[in-house]
Write a protein that binds this ligand. Sequence first.
Ligand code: NAD
Length: 484
Amino acid sequence: MGEFLNFIDGRFVKGCGERFANHFPATGEVIGTIYGAGQSEVDAAVGAARAALKGRWGRLSVPERVDLLRKLADAVNARFDEFLAAEVRDTGKPASLARHIDIPRGAANFNVFADQIQTTGADAFEMSTPDGAGALNYAVRVPRGVIAVICPWNLPLLLMTWKVAPALACGNTVVVKPSEETPATATLLGEVMNQVGIPPGVYNVVHGGGIAAAGEFLTRHPDVDGITFTGETTTGEAIMAAAARGVRPVSLELGGKNAGIIFADADFDKTMEGIGRSCFANTGQVCLGTERLYVQRAIFERITDALAVKARSYRFGDPFDTATTMGPVISAEHRAKVLKYYEKARAAGAGVLAGGGVPESAGCERGYWVEPTVWTGLAQDNAIIAEEIFGPCVHLSPFDTEEEAIALANDSRYGLATSIWTENLSRAHRVARQIEVGIAWVNCWFLRDLRTAFGGSKRSGIGREGGIHSMEFYTQLRNVCVKL
Ligand code: NAD
């Protein structure tokens, strides 16, 4: 049984907030106790973060911070198996997946932003003044201050360090509020911070829920200078409202209802490999995942049949078993939500080509399992096509022309990502420019260069992170004008 404590000013402390159980999603069994932070722990964490800005951390040079970031990456990698086990126990995702994505990327983020900060500069302008003399304007980047980092449960370590690493690279301090479903890796990272000599107060973790709990205590805290959030759109709205008080900047990476578009000239094998992953990887709990697919009519049947075969090919079971290729969803509550959509689809008369229920395999008797599911036949305005389900499911609709495909893909309140599958290069560029999203992939999915802009349009978010874009959020420009 684990105990997940708050990490404040370099020390692990219990909290006066709610105490609750942490479950292993594959079996539902209780594996630990989470000690929620109350208002007083959140005050202490923000206070420690503020004090650290004024202490040794605030005086470190960029090379010194870079050195510490590299040590963090090395230390996470040195404790790779511990992070892996913690992530798998919290999420139930297959260890084979976390071994290739969550933990290596979770560690790599520190190196990526160590590189980035070393090459990030700012403006300089020379001007002539009315008296004929000159002036030099130059901008310096200063940290924003205390950053609140609020994270979801689907890729806990990876999404957290995606924000913590650039925040620290830029000289800020952070208070992290991990999801109440996945407290483990954020807590473990506290140990690593101490181990590599990050000064106390630079990285703090407060546990608990969102509403009337650690999440709100943090986002409403007047001494927080900026909030970076990944999670649902409705939560993003609440956080933006909280940030309005005190005029704090926000970076919001929110939900999606991503469309894939497959043209008849697509390479079948490449497409099926990419699309299969985009629909079902991480049990469909990826913000960038595909839940609506538009397929050109000539190949519609071939694609739907192949995707149904793919959906039926997954092996459920112990996430630590290397033969397991799909884990459960995160919680009983989330399973109930996904199964409600499965029921809605059936009631609306969808063709259910695969799945639609709960797997009957051995090992799935307990825990939060759902079947990968493939639907066809619903109208574009159906909730199954409009709303984010965040499960291993996809609806396929046929289209005839390029214009129609673009219109269908854009017919959404969300605008996070798309993937376009075609061997026609001109069409690929043309369509990619017209889909209203932050990220358009052509003949691939989730292929990430971390220097590029990441974020959503419409209700999928505000702002971009990644590379220089993260530097823009985690620093402020201070202009210095020197009359010569
Ligand atoms: P969620 O919005 O329910 O919770 C995210 C975090 O916010 C949790 O830590 C939660 O405790 C906290 N929270 C909830 N209410 C709060 C409030 N009022 N004030 C402050 N904090 C609050 O999201 P989730 O269910 O954990 O994650 C799934 C969602 O995240 C999906 O919608 C998915 O699309 C989205 N997501 C987006 C991206 C992206 O990059 N755009 C990446 C991953 C996940």
